[in-house]
Design a protein around this ligand. Structure first.
Ligand code: T3D
Length: 261
């Protein structure tokens, strides 16, 4: 049987590819669990120093597989349960991972597919890709962290308009709005995303992990609390081998060789 998620580990980069291209990589239960397994692996495997998430075929991810939600089946799905069981644990794992997660949005990202991309740390998108908060078309609310991430990334005015109208946003517009990091030529997307992930994977992973967590906390901490958190994290970073290496490399006028600890 075809694997719903492909993965490979190369020079510290765990590349994770959603792989149900005929369904624009929409989520069935098997793909949910396979994606979660990979993010869990990124947590536990010290050889993984960055994650690159992308999709196979012409789309990135079209959210929930609506074939599994056919009302004609006579079943009334409990969507609270499916969020609790499938989406939310994966979203929490991405945000809490102390390693950078790069997302290469290779094509349309709709519904939970858009919001999983927005949960990643650095999002690159092909210029032809679009983001659609598709939920309102079918009577749902923006899930997979979308109501939270979208509001913080683009502000309430744009978040509300996008979520209420389900209007698509093209990659370049998304980049202009600060919803994603960068829109790149379609043909260059994977090479750019791989180069970025490789650079991050060769970085001071411990310090990068702390940096990610601090920036995430900034959304909810007050200034004084954040200063205390910076103090604590800097203290920890200052004890890392990579900090010593970084300073030494600077003084010796050579490139650093970070080990990730
Ligand atoms: O249920 C829960 O657990 C709660 C959680 C919900 C989270 C959610 O994500 S809800 C939102 C679900 N997603 C959507 O509503 C998006 C549905 N898809 C679309 O609107 C369009 O497909 C796109 C705008 C994403 C892309 O349009 P287009 O014209 O480029 O492609 P297409 O022709 O619509 O799709 C290509 C194929 O993929 C097609 O199959 P076919 O006809 O060639 O056999 C289409 O049915 C299939 N596909 C696309 N999205 C889904 C899908 N099949 C199942 N589920 C999908 N979400």
């Amino acid at each position: 049987e075809t694997q719903t998620v492909l993965s490979s580990l190369d020079s510290g980069v765990l590349t994770v590819t959603l792989n149900r291209p005929d369904k624009l990589n929409s989520f069935n239960e098997v793909m949910h669990l396979a994606l979660r397994d990979q993010i869990q692996r990124a947590h536990s495997d010290g050889d993984v120093r960055a994650v690159l998430l992308t999709g196979a075929g012409r789309g990135f991810c079209a959210g929930q597989d609506l074939g599994d939600r056919d009302p004609r089946s006579g079943e009334k799905p409990d969507l609270g349960r499916t969020l609790n069981t499938f989406y939310n644990p994966t979203l929490r794992l991405i945000r809490s991972l102390n390693k950078p997660v790069v997302c290469a949005v290779n094509g349309v990202a709709a519904g939970a597919g858009a919001n999983i991309a927005l949960a990643c740390d650095i999002v690159l998108a092909a210029k032809s890709a679009k983001f659609i908060q598709a939920f309102s078309k079918i009577g749902l609310i923006p899930d997979a962290g979308g109501s939270w991430a979208l509001t913080r990334l683009v502000g309430e005015a744009r978040a509300k308009a996008l979520a209420l109208t389900a209007e698509p946003v093209m990659a370049e517009q998304a980049a202009e709005w600060g919803m994603i990091w960068r829109a790149v030529e379609d043909a260059d997307l994977m090479a750019e995303a791989q180069a970025l992930a490789a650079k991050l994977a060769a970085g001071p992973t411990f310090g990068l992990g702390l940096t990610k967590q601090l920036i995430q906390e900034a959304a909810t901490n007050d200034f004084s609390t954040q200063l205390d958190r910076e103090r604590d994290c800097q203290q920890a970073a200052g004890h890392s081998a990579d900090y010593a290496e970084g300073v030494l490399a600077f003084l010796e006028k050579r490139p650093s060789s970070f080990k990730g600890c």
